[in-house]
Write a protein that binds this ligand. Structure first.
Ligand SMILES: CC(C)(COP(=O)(O)OP(=O)(O)OC[C@H]1O[C@@H](n2cnc3c(N)ncnc32)[C@H](O)[C@@H]1OP(=O)(O)O)[C@@H](O)C(=O)NCCC(=O)NCCS
Length: 281
């Protein structure tokens, strides 16, 4: 398990592009354990040379270099400046400008006042739960997604096997939905896309999330298989998944109960090799 986390951290750090920085906590969260920032620090110490990591692009959550003057501080700063990353007061980097957001469009940086159609993921916190539970119970979503108690969401947030994520438009910081992955510690490298709810429907957000999630699961986490269940008759979700390359595997008969009526769940999946074929096209 630790090995899966370690490998994800390595893979994620390798993907930080030139001219961008990422924070220890951000990398830990992307690798599936938001509380493991210290392990990211340790990985950078032990693996930077061996794995040829762009170690200098990783900084702390305040936007500052953590190494001490005389122990790497100056060289890290020089390497970042060479990539046109600016330093402000107290040698702080403006994270609004320079933070790496996976899935952002190359070249065109998200402007702080833009964001109407851009999305980012961040780990769900306890204070998000009221909103999430309201979304889950909402009539537009309730027939298609399982209804969890607060405790179930809390356990998922705390567990290293889950990634519980809020989906936001960065410009206005508005929560537009949430997503849950399960199986980050699965030795078979098979991850379930457990839940996806988009509150502002039909605006292309679902497709964007699906694409970012595939990149995250196959490239950051290094999964072998991504799978999900969709309720029969949920045409919007089914079409989205099918058009994003998911293949129907079969169905779990009458395994979803909503208001006294059982429905089938259609099982769909994508393998890493299929993801590579699609993204090469
Ligand atoms: C399913 C859901 C995640 C899709 O997100 P979305 O942002 O509404 O979807 P998008 O706008 O990205 O549209 C994606 C595709 O869905 C299909 N679609 C959109 N609206 C549709 C509709 N009214 N009827 C049928 N298909 C529709 C289209 O194929 C569309 O792609 P296109 O516009 O490129 O042709 C979202 O609607 C949702 O949260 N639904 C309720 C909860 C749910 O069903 N979750 C999934 C459980 S498996």
């Amino acid at each position: 398990m630790a090995d899966i986390f370690y490998k994800s951290v390595i893979r994620i750090i390798k993907r930080i592009p030139s001219g961008r920085v990422a924070t220890y906590g951000q990398i830990a969260a992307m690798a599936g354990n938001p509380r493991a920032a210290r392990q990211v620090v340790r990985t950078l110490h032990t693996a930077s040379d061996k794995e040829r990591l762009p170690w200098h692009r990783v900084i702390n959550g305040k936007g500052q270099i953590s190494l001490r003057p005389g122990s790497g501080y100056e060289i890290q700063k020089a390497m970042l400046e060479a990539e046109n990353i600016g330093f402000g007061i107290n040698d702080t980097i403006d994270l609004d400008r320079f933070l790496w957001i996976p899935g952002e469009r190359k070249k065109s940086r998200i402007k702080p006042d833009a964001g109407a159609d851009e999305i980012i993921f961040r780990p769900t916190s306890r204070s998000d739960l009221n909103k999430i539970i309201r979304m889950e119970r909402n009539e537009a979503n309730r027939p298609y997604v399982r209804q969890w108690h607060r405790e179930q969401h809390l356990n998922a947030i705390k567990s290293g096997n889950f990634a519980h994520m809020v989906i936001e438009t960065p410009g206005n910081g508005r929560m537009i939905g949430y997503a849950i992955l399960v199986g980050l510690e699965n030795p078979d490298k098979s991850i379930e896309f457990k839940r996806l709810v988009i509150n502002q429907k039909g605006r292309g957000f679902g497709r964007k999330v699906m694409r970012m999630m595939k990149t995250h699961v196959f490239e950051d986490i290094g999964a072998h298989r991504l799978w999900l269940e969709v309720k029969e008759g949920n045409e919007r979700a089914f079409r989205l998944y099918q058009s994003e390359g998911f293949v129907v595997e079969g169905r779990h008969r009458e395994s979803f109960l909503d208001r006294g009526r059982f429905s089938d769940l259609i099982v769909m999946s994508m393998l890493a090799k299929e993801y590579s074929n699609i993204s090469r096209k």
